[in-house]
Structure formats: structure tokens, C-alpha cells
Design a protein around this ligand. Structure first.
Ligand SMILES: C[S@@+](CC[C@H](N)C(=O)[O-])C[C@H]1O[C@@H](n2cnc3c(N)ncnc32)[C@H](O)[C@@H]1O
Length: 303
């Protein structure tokens, strides 16, 4: 069945999402995001001074999310514990705790499993092959968590207030739901593959399929979706494709063209607007400089 989608609007604010003052209280119907992976060696080395600074940001964002989400609505984080310089940081547990402290109910955790062939740090588990004895075991990671929180309870009588056409556009395709096993707490989805020249190069983007499922399962057509860590704009693109409005926040000004391109090349009738705050930065250049500095310090130590 084909349904024509209504015109949507997509607002991208370049600035720090610890404040989302541009958004009115109780006005967002779904939040889908993946926050920066702390100081992940490949994508965000040195982004935060330390883990406390990262938790401070997640605290502020959780409180803002509680303010902007409409009662009964859902917030989804795609994230994982992070291994940095041999230390494992419990991001999943800490985000869960911070969201609950902000007032949310913890509703579900879905495990996103990636194909076995695409692990980025694959030498980790090989240590046992060199030293086949106990205590050398470090497994390779092929999963992330999709954490789902809810602001109180959803009032199901809302559905009766929706126009028939809009409700029809929001119908979950049961064939897809059964065929792709959306009903399980394990989702097998291929990650964005690291091809050279892809729009998401250097961004740690999630595949469209994750926001696509979440938007279909937790929002109605014509509603408003938010991604506070928009990155390349994947959530916003899927929102446009599915006839949802969207808000995106992104601190890195260098992603403006990537987001614009991603939205322009997506089906759907959507108006895109950009806004820039004083706290926007050129983050990728800063990260590149910090990587260069670390490398030169390491070389000086070796000399
Ligand atoms: C894991 S990426 C998100 C990728 C996104 N899901 C996609 O598919 O492209 C996290 C993003 O958060 C941005 N970011 C980091 N700190 C931020 C902050 N305080 N406010 C807004 N954006 C921030 C980073 O620049 C990065 O683009």
C-alpha cells in the first residue's frame, strides 16, 4: 500500500545539546540518538577531559530530554561500554542510571548484533591463540545496546484522537515485524560499512535501519523526533523519509554539508533549516589536532 506523506520540517541547531533551549517543554514525541562513544580511540580520542566530563554532559542531556519529551513518550540511546587505553568504562549502566535519576522509567534494552566479519578491534581475542592459557581471554565486541526509556505512561486514548489517514500512515507492517524478528530483544543489523568516500566517514554513524525501526514503533506520522547528537543526520533523514518532523543538535559545524546532503538525497517532502549558536565548534579539526599531538608526544618518548 502506498501512502502520500505530509510535508515535514527539519530543524538543525549547531550548538551544544546540554541546552536545547530552542525546543518547547513537552513538545517532542520521540528521541533517538547515539551519543559520542566517550573517548573512543578511532572516532573521539581526547574529546572529553575525563569520564566525569562525559557523564556531566549525559546528565545535562538527560534532564533536557525529560523537559522536552511529551508525557508518556520514549527516548532511545544507541550506545556501548567503551574500552579506552585498556580501561573499560560502564557507559550503558551510567546512561541508564542518569536517565532514571532524571525521572525516566527504564523500559527495555535491545541488543544490536553486528555481523561477525566487521569487528574493528579483532586482534583482542587472538591473544588466547598466542597464549592458550586461562586469564588471556578478551572477547571481540560485535554488539551495542539500544536503551529505551519512557517519561511516565502513554495515554492510549490519544490514538482515538488521530485522523484515520494519519493512523493508517502510522500502521506497523506486521509482515516486516514478524519477518525481521523485531519482536525479539536481539536485532541483527549490519553496521555502516567502512567504505572510503561514504557520507559518514569519521562519524561513527548508525545504520538507517535502527532509527527506521524505532520511529515506526514509537512515533506516529506527523509527530516530532529529536536527535541531540545528530552526527551525519541519520535520524533526521529517516524522519523525513517516514513523514515525521525532526530536531537535530550537533556541536560540529564541519558536519553541515554532510547533513544537508543526506537530507537532500532522501525521499519525502521536507523543509530543512539550519541555525548556528555561539557554542558550535569545529570539532573534527580539534580531534585531528589532538591525534597529531598525541602521536608526536609518543614519537618524542620513543626517540
Ligand atoms: C556517535 S555520533 C552520532 C552519529 C549519528 N547517529 C549518525 O548516524 O551520524 C555523536 C555525535 O555527537 C556530536 N557531539 C558530541 N558532543 C556534542 C554536544 N555536546 N552537543 C551536540 N553534539 C555533540 C559529535 O560531533 C558526533 O557527531
Amino acid at each position: 500500500m502506498t501512502v502520500t506523506l505530509m510535508a515535514t520540517s527539519h530543524r538543525i541547531v549547531f550548538g551544544d545539546c546540554k541546552s536545547m533551549r530552542e525546543i518547547r517543554d513537552d513538545s517532542v514525541h520521540l528521541m533517538v540518538t547515539s551519543p559520542p562513544y566517550y573517548n573512543a580511540p578511532f572516532d573521539y580520542p581526547g574529546l572529553f577531559k575525563d569520564y566525569d566530563e562525559f557523564l556531566g554532559l549525559m546528565h545535562d542531556v538527560s534532564c533536557e530530554l525529560y523537559r522536552v519529551l511529551a508525557p508518556g513518550r520514549v527516548a532511545c540511546f544507541v550506545t556501548d561500554d567503551m574500552l579506552v587505553d585498556g580501561v573499560k568504562y560502564p557507559v550503558v549502566a551510567d546512561v541508564t542510571r542518569l536517565m532514571m535519576e532524571a525521572g525516566f522509567r527504564y523500559r527495555d534494552r535491545i541488543v544490536w548484533v553486528k555481523p561477525k566479519g566487521y569487528v574493528r578491534i579483532s586482534r583482542r581475542s587472538g591473544v588466547v591463540l598466542q597464549h592458550p592459557y586461562p586469564m588471556y581471554y578478551y572477547p571481540d565486541n560485535i554488539q551495542e545496546s539500544i536503551l529505551i526509556f519512557q517519561k511516565g505512561k502513554f495515554d492510549y486514548s490519544y490514538i482515538q484522537t488521530l485522523a484515520k489517514r494519519r493512523l493508517e500512515k502510522s500502521r506497523v507492517d506486521v509482515k516486516e515485524y514478524n519477518g525481521q524478528e523485531w519482536y525479539l530483544t536481539v536485532w541483527n543489523i549490519t553496521n555502516v560499512l567502512p567504505f572510503k568516500g561514504r557520507a559518514e566517514e569519521g562519524i561513527a554513524a548508525f545504520p538507517d535501519e535502527i532509527p527506521r525501526r524505532l520511529l515506526k514503533l514509537y512515533s506516529f506520522a506527523g509527530e516530532t523526533v529529536l536527535d541531540p547528537f545528530a552526527g551525519s543526520g541519520t535520524t533526521l533523514r529517516v524522519a523525513k523519509e517516514l513523514g515525521r518532523n525532526s530536531w537535530g543538535f550537533e556541536v560540529d559545524l564541519e558536519l553541515r554539508d554532510t547533513i544537508r546532503r543526506k537530507l537532500e538525497t532522501t525521499n519525502g517532502n521536507g523543509k530543512v533549516t539550519f541555525q548556528q549558536r555561539k557554542d558550535a565548534r569545529k570539532l573534527r579539526s580539534l580531534i585531528r589536532e589532538s591525534v597529531k599531538r598525541r602521536k608526536s608526544v609518543a614519537l618524542t618518548h620513543m626517540a
